[in-house]
Design a protein around this ligand. Structure first.
Ligand SMILES: Cc1ncc(COP(=O)(O)O)c(C=O)c1O
Length: 466
């Protein structure tokens, strides 16, 4: 069954009827024979599903990855819109080139220059959000059954893309320094021994969604060296690089590689607005040629209107100031979340200490299923993303992604308090049951050890943050 009711059956009873999109059995019979076989492996996006469930105003949602768009100055919006109306109305309402306008690409080059990258304008394509860039790159490179590699956990929005193109997705464990590059090498050796070559390694190196961890400089260098030596493409997805709350800027993989083996994805969603739906991809010319063909088939061109919005906004020269203001706001919210976790979560839980981005990843004892926990939390009007959404194979079931950008500090404290309450209840229940029926003492078996590898080995203590 697709949709949220298939993924999280426990949510059915806490969901208002209006949010349901259940097909009647007659509808299913009528259309089932027509569906392409790939629809069998298509997955719904966990965040999209949850947006329907969390739309009720009384719900504190720590589920979405929503930037706080209420921080964007309405006066700036009005001034930019008026300039477009006055000076470029007809052009802004017209179709544009598939690759995007040169003026938009200049803005993209400015954003990338802020992280010391200098791509050629011809290597850039403007896309309908970073999400479309992930889709186009997968459409361009992946045949059914092809191996692709990503982090475990990975960006939950990438999972449905890899599933749609029927990729054979392999996820490499992470620790507090991001993807375990030694584990990656072992996986690459195993695939090579089977005569298989991954089409790409997808990574979110900075302030990863969902884990909130950042790939260390040493591992960045090693990953690029591996990609070059083994001639494997790396897709670097970097929506959060400029949202750093402390510490030194780290070199993006694209900068370390120079753009031969690293394809770069960026977006304006988290540094300006997701509503404008503008992202981009930087790729070498032969790959770009195919991506352009894929985009022509998908949507002809990215919205011209919002491309005009971005170039007029950048012409004002204050886009860095707005990011600085976001950094201040999100840093305080991150701190509020980490403090609340210390206060309200039981000692059996652990979580990451993000130095940027929008997310904390928390892991509970393995006997707690976070999909079930979500149903209980929703009864208390609070939501998070269950960890299984970040895996293609159903792992991560005792973890959760918590967002701190979309709610204010009071809401974050209250939300974590409510989640903490249901977690404590589960822990107490388990302890009561196991005290009544003590489990035999024994060494964990291999399957249990492997399941433990789901869980990032993390430290809950504040002083562990860099
Ligand atoms: C890692 C990552 N990639 C891509 C996206 C897609 O963003 P958009 O399509 O809004 O640019 C997101 C959004 O949360 C993300 O976290």
């Amino acid at each position: 069954m697709g949709g949220w009711e298939g993924r999280y059956p426990a949510l059915r009873e806490v969901t208002p009827a209006s949010a349901e999109t259940v097909s009647t059995s007659r509808d299913i019979e009528r259309y089932a024979a027509l569906f392409a076989s790939r629809t069998k492996v298509m997955k719904s996006s966990a965040m999209r599903d949850l947006m329907a469930v969390t739309a009720r105003p009384e719900v504190i949602s720590l589920a979405g990855g929503l930037p706080d768009t209420s921080t964007f100055p309405p006066d700036t919006f009005a001034a930019v819109a008026q300039r477009i109306a006055r000076e470029s109305c007809a052009k802004a309402l017209q179709y544009g080139p598939t690759e995007g306008f040169e003026r938009t690409k200049e803005c993209i080059r400015e954003v990338m220059a802020a992280e010391d990258m200098d791509p050629d304008s011809d290597d850039i394509i403007v896309t309908t959000g970073g999400q479309q860039a992930i889709d186009l790159i997968t459409k361009t490179l992946v045949d059914p059954g092809d191996p692709v590699i990503c982090e475990g956990p990975t960006y939950p929005g990438a999972v449905p893309v890899f599933c749609s193109y029927e990729a054979d997705t392999h996820q490499v464990e992470m620790d507090a320094e991001g993807m375990r590059v030694d584990a990656l090498e072992r996986l690459l050796d195993r695939l090579e021994a089977d005569g298989r070559r991954p089409k790409f390694i997808y990574s979110v190196p900075s302030f990863q969604n969902p884990a909130g961890v950042t790939l260390s400089v040493e591992r960045r260098r090693r990953l690029v060296e591996i990609a070059r030596r083994r001639e494997v493409l790396v897709i670097e997805d970097n929506p959060y690089g400029l949202l750093r709350y402390e510490g030194e800027t780290l070199p993006p993989l694209y900068q370390l590689d120079g753009g031969d083996y690293v394809i770069y994805l960026g977006t304006f969603s988290k540094i300006l607005s997701p509503g404008i739906r503008l992202g981009w991809c930087v790729a070498p010319p032969p790959v770009m040629e195919k991506i352009v063909l894929g985009k022509q088939a998908a949507d002809l061109c990215t919205s011209t209107l919002t491309q005009y919005f971005v170039s007029e906004y950048f012409a004002e020269g204050r886009w860095r100031e707005y990011i600085d203001s976001l950094v201040g706001i999100y840093r305080s919210r991150r701190d509020a979340m980490l403090d609340a976790l210390e206060r309200y979560f039981p000692p059996q839980a652990e979580w990451t200490q993000p130095t940027g981005g929008l997310f904390v990843w928390a892991t509970l004892p393995t006997y707690i299923e976070t999909a079930d926990l979500l149903a209980k939390a929703l009864r208390d009007n609070v939501a998070f993303v269950p960890g299984s959404a970040a895996y293609a194979d159903g792992r991560g079931s005792s973890s959760m992604r918590l967002n701190f950008s979309g709610s204010n500090e009071d809401e974050i404290r209250e939300g974590i308090k409510r989640i903490g309450k249901v977690v404590w209840e589960q822990v107490a229940l388990y302890e009561t049951i196991t005290a009544e029926h003590p489990l035999p003492q024994r060494e964990p078996d291999t399957a249990e050890m492997e399941q433990a590898a789901d869980v990032l080995p993390l430290h809950r203590r504040r002083e562990r943050r860099e």
